[in-house]
Design a protein around this ligand. Structure first.
Ligand code: ADP
Ligand code: MG
Length: 619
């Protein structure tokens, strides 16, 4: 048995390097993080032979004091924290004081730095030998050169991939880091060729060039920029429209306090937010930044800090879920609201008039009342407005002789309003023109042509309605004039008994007559139009396969979505124009109506401009 000995520094550092320095890209990550921590506004990165031959990172940050240069290379030496309390408030990317020590133990490293213009000092290392401090010309800032990575650890060197693969890792890393550090300029060269060049930008929302480098121009084009704030946390960034969903989770970037992290909690919150609008095996795309008070997280979970621990994970989860879910839900409505804004504007004046006792046409007032609440800033609540309006109508009736006279006044009030060149209201999804092949509704809106997938749209409308009714516990029911008897398996009948409360909530009244016979007395009104027998069989089948005990919410939604799909109007059914218009109006009122329950789009638009382009008009 060997006796215990303390490891020498070089070996200890090389072991530590095993954790943080996996490949050239990990070195680049540590060096660039140091530059960002030093407050650099410009960072230039030179790579040769995929980083194996050379990695050079040069910045214009604070620089390192000449007396501290050799300390910077020592393990557990850092300027970023002093005590363990500091760990709780640190906002710097580094704080472990290990990176330079680790990197220098597996490469030939040179560190050159100046805290004032052209008064630099330099150190070089090889293995455990550190050179004497020598003066070197350097503008304010720091340059770290790492040569011959893993020259003294052949085992590690064997794991390196081709030059191209290693450089691709570096390139990907820089894309990710540059987006978070949007106010810093970056250049990246490989074998003296300029590969990336980013000018600094002032606001993250404008960092679209960097965003495009990371996620591609198609993502940028359709992504929604969101911002929200609660409980000292801020969430901002881009979320892809569900139509842009992906076959794998390859475009999911989440930053916590500027640090890219992979975290199950965060992924779950996002997955849940997209749950209703994505097909089951599709993945959402997003680039999101969470800023959270450092007290609320523990970043010291993993040496490369890819993971974080949240002190109040539920709160964080729900904040992210709500922010993204609401943004997705209002996306479609927002579009509706903006189309309607112009049409709503003339309604503001009459509201004021009614509330403050002036005259106004009744039709006008009624139109105001009928308008969706979200679109109007009511001076007080709607009830007060309604009361005022009723009082108004009553007083009209009492003063019949004066009505003619008043009408003239209303007319006058009414007249000037439309002159603010406001078009008559065209609903966001327009008015139906016809049905195409029994599948699509063609409709005309202000911009041009709207195409609606009838079945998919109806399915979504039904689904959202049922969900809403279920959460409000107000599922409208239909009592069947003739109860339906149904032959089922014993297992199914047991299930009906076991879940009787759940069936009741859904709007079913089902009784068990005998071992294998059920009687259905009431069904949810929304589904009453189809075959009742089929409806029950579907529900039972779904409950049997998906269960309900765990993941209750998800399985209920799955059930509702199946039911909605089965009961939505089927392709090939001929609809009348009023039926089509009714569906369009329902869609406008429905959350997420831009996608069916499986995440396929329900609406496409072709503006006149686009049509003109197709026909090369006006060229
Ligand atoms: P950490 O970043 O965890 O503190 P490092 O080993 O990466 O540990 O760096 C050690 C110290 O060297 C840092 O705390 C910092 O003071 C200094 N340093 C490293 N790189 C730079 C740089 N580019 N500019 C200024 N100071 C730097
Ligand atoms: Mg560091």
């Amino acid at each position: 048995m060997n006796r215990i000995q303390e490891l020498d520094t070089l070996v200890a550092n090389q072991i530590a390097a095993g954790e943080v320095v996996e490949r050239p890209a990990s070195v680049v990550k540590e060096l660039v993080e140091n530059s960002i921590d030093a407050g650099a506004t410009q960072i230039d990165i030179d790579i040769e032979q995929g980083g194996v031959r050379l990695i050079r990172v040069r910045d214009n940050g604070s620089g390192i004091h000449s007396e501290d240069l050799s300390l910077a290379l020592r393990r557990h030496a850092t300027s970023k924290i002093r005590s363990s309390q500091d760990l709780e408030s640190t906002l710097t990317l580094g704080f472990r004081g290990e990176a330079l020590a680790s990197v220098s133990s597996v490469s030939r490293l040179s560190l050159c730095s100046a805290i004032k213009q052209t008064s630099g000092w330099q150190l070089t290392t090889e293995g455990d030998r550190v050179s004497a401090l020598a003066p070197a010309a350097h503008p304010q800032g720091t340059t770290v050169e790492v040569r011959d990575l893993f020259f003294n650890t052949p085992a590690r060197r064997k794991f390196l991939r081709t030059e191209k693969t290693e450089f691709d890792h570096i390139d990907e890393l820089i894309k990710r880091m540059a987006l978070a550090a949007f106010s810093v300029g970056f250049t990246l060269k490989h074998n003296q060729r300029m590969i990336r060049q980013y000018a600094p930008v002032k606001e993250i929302a404008r960092a679209t060039e960097r965003l495009s480098a990371l996620c591609g121009p198609a993502f940028v084009e359709q992504a929604l920029y969101i911002e929200s704030e609660a409980a000292g946390m801020q969430l901002f960034g881009w979320i892809a429209s569900p139509n842009f969903s992906r076959g794998q989770a390859d475009q999911q970037y989440f930053y916590v306090n500027g640090r890219i992290v992979r975290d199950k909690l965060l992924v779950h919150a996002l997955k849940k937010a997209y749950h209703d609008v994505l097909y089951r095996d599709r993945y959402p795309a997003y680039v999101l930044f969470l800023d959270i008070p450092p007290m609320q997280i523990d970043v010291n979970v993993h040496p490369t800090k890819h993971e974080v621990r949240f002190r109040e994970s539920r709160l964080v989860h729900d904040f992210i879920f709500n922010s993204v879910h609401d943004a997705l839900a209002s996306d479609h409505k927002e579009h509706a609201a903006c189309v309607n804004e112009a049409a709503i504007a003339p309604l503001q004046a009459p509201i004021q008039e009614i509330m403050h006792g002036a005259a106004c046409t009744i039709q006008h007032a009624e139109r105001v009342l009928a308008a969706p609440k979200k679109q109007i800033n009511f001076p007080e609540d709607r009830a007060a407005f309604k009361q005022a309006l009723n009082a108004k109508i009553e007083s009209y009736q009492r003063s019949v002789p004066r009505v003619q006279e008043q009408l003239a006044v209303y007319q006058n009030l009414h007249e000037p309003l439309p002159k603010t060149d406001v078009q008559p209201t065209v609903p966001p999804l327009g008015y139906a023109l016809c049905q195409l092949k029994g599948i699509y509704i063609l409709s005309e809106d202000k911009e041009g042509l709207v195409l609606v997938d009838m079945h998919a749209a109806h399915e979504r409308v039904l689904y959202e309605k049922m969900k809403e009714a279920l959460t409000q516990q107000k599922m409208p029911i239909q009592i069947l004039l003739v109860p339906v008897t149904l032959q089922v398996s014993e297992r199914e009948a047991d299930l009906v008994e076991k879940e009787s409360l759940f069936f009741k909530e859904l709007g079913f009244c089902i009784e068990r007559m005998s071992k294998e016979v059920l009687v259905i007395r009431e069904v949810p009104q929304l589904l009453a139009s189809g075959s009742i027998e089929q409806l029950i069989r579907d529900t039972l089948a779904d409950l049997l396969t998906h269960g309900r005990s765990q993941r209750a919410e998800e399985s209920i939604n799955h059930l509702l979505s199946t039911l909605a799909c089965r009961h939505a109007v089927h392709a090939k059914r001929q609809l009348t124009l009023p039926e089509m218009n009714a569906l369009l109006r329902e869609m406008e009122k429905t959350d997420h109506s831009g996608q069916c329950n499986h995440g396929r789009p329900t609406v496409m638009r072709l503006s006149l401009q686009e049509l003109d382009k197709l026909f090369m008009r006006g060229r």
